[in-house]
Design a protein around this ligand. Structure first.
Ligand code: ADP
Ligand code: MG
Length: 315
């Protein structure tokens, strides 16, 4: 049985359609990334599942049970907000304990477990304003996990962290998801983050799921132009039917290839990004190893790729 099912869920705000007859399935124990641009409806989807927004049409099922009209506290679902939304006047301990106390439970054993799981030892008496960004993020996660929800919704949980911390915290999120066995739905607008962490990635486009697939499949076989464009900034080439996607890293400099002129060169440390224009006017993004000599803007080069690297796209 699936953990979560959305069937034909629609949500409008005035004239704007945030979710458009959307279908989605999350499996038991799965780490699913929900990937989409700003305003694509990611937060709205989480809020509908958590019960903070009411869908106008469609159904939300948790382990087969219809929760479409259930109030938030009656759902076996926890949400970690993008802003963390910690209670500023409560200590770390009381923030984590909040939901347990409301249920009339002695919070001490569970809070101790979560403090250990998330490495929060020694911070129990602090207030939120006395925490670093990374610590506040872990407290918010501990609070979401406290009642052992079947499903944890995380709205851009890494967005507020700096780059170094983001990578480490991402791996930690995965470890914690595995340790708890709960299903995680993590919203992100960062395609690398989604591909790196998730079992499957759902791409949200115009209020619908454009594709739901494991990271490698999504990257190598995008189902639509929107997915191809969103993942890895693929080049989109004209062709029969809907054309082709060609990944920047599949293009190489070759003695015998298609003539092109270099327009931009960006050295990025591990690699270099080139923008080159073919004779027919098509601009290509090309990813080259940075170790070799790089052509300069204005240089005439020749580019090649394998026919097998062209991914057919529907119109
Ligand atoms: P995302 O999280 O992907 O950036 P949102 O779910 O926040 O997107 O928003 C999706 C669309 O719904 C946007 O067009 C947004 O402006 C609109 N929207 C979201 N919440 C509200 C609201 N409370 N009132 C009006 N419009 C909203
Ligand atoms: Mg959002």
């Amino acid at each position: 049985m699936s953990l979560l099912r959305l069937e034909g869920v629609s949500k409008r705000f005035g004239a704007a359609t945030a979710l458009d007859a959307l279908d989605l399935e999350v499996r038991e124990g799965e780490f699913l990334a929900l990937l989409g641009g700003s305003g694509s409806g990611k937060s709205t989807l989480l809020r509908v599942v958590a019960g903070f927004e009411r869908a106008e049409a469609g159904r939300v099922l948790l382990r087969g049970q219809d929760i479409t009209r259930a109030p938030p506290q009656a759902r076996d679902v926890a949400m970690m907000f993008q802003s963390y939304a910690l209670f500023p006047h409560l200590s770390v301990f009381e923030n984590i304990a909040y939901g347990l106390r409301r249920r009339g439970e002695d919070p001490r054993p569970r809070v101790a477990e979560l403090v250990a799981l998330l490495g929060l030892d020694g911070l129990e008496r602090r207030r939120p304003h006395q925490l670093s960004g990374g610590q506040a993020q872990r407290v918010a996660l501990a609070r979401a996990l406290a009642r052992r929800p079947a499903l944890v919704l995380l709205d851009e949980p890494l967005a507020a962290l700096d780059a170094n911390l983001r990578e480490r915290t991402g791996f930690e999120l995965r470890r914690i998801q595995r340790a708890t066995g709960a299903g995680f739905v993590m919203v992100t607008h960062d395609q690398a983050e989604a591909l790196a962490l998730a079992d499957r990635v759902a791409v949200l486009d115009a209020g619908r799921i454009a594709q739901l697939a494991p990271p490698r499949e999504l990257y190598e076989r995008p189902a639509t132009r929107a997915v191809a464009r969103f993942l890895g900034s693929a080049n989109l080439l004209d062709g029969p039917g809907g054309g082709f996607a060609l990944r920047p890293e599949r293009i190489r400099l070759a003695a015998q290839g298609r003539p092109a002129t270099v327009e931009e060169v960006a050295f990025r440390g591990a690699d270099a990004l080139l923008v080159a224009r073919l004779a027919d006017g098509t601009a290509l993004r090309v990813l080259l190893p940075a170790a070799g000599a790089l052509p300069a803007p204005g240089a005439a080069i020749s580019l090649a790729w394998e026919a097998a690297d062209l991914v057919p796209l529907p119109a």
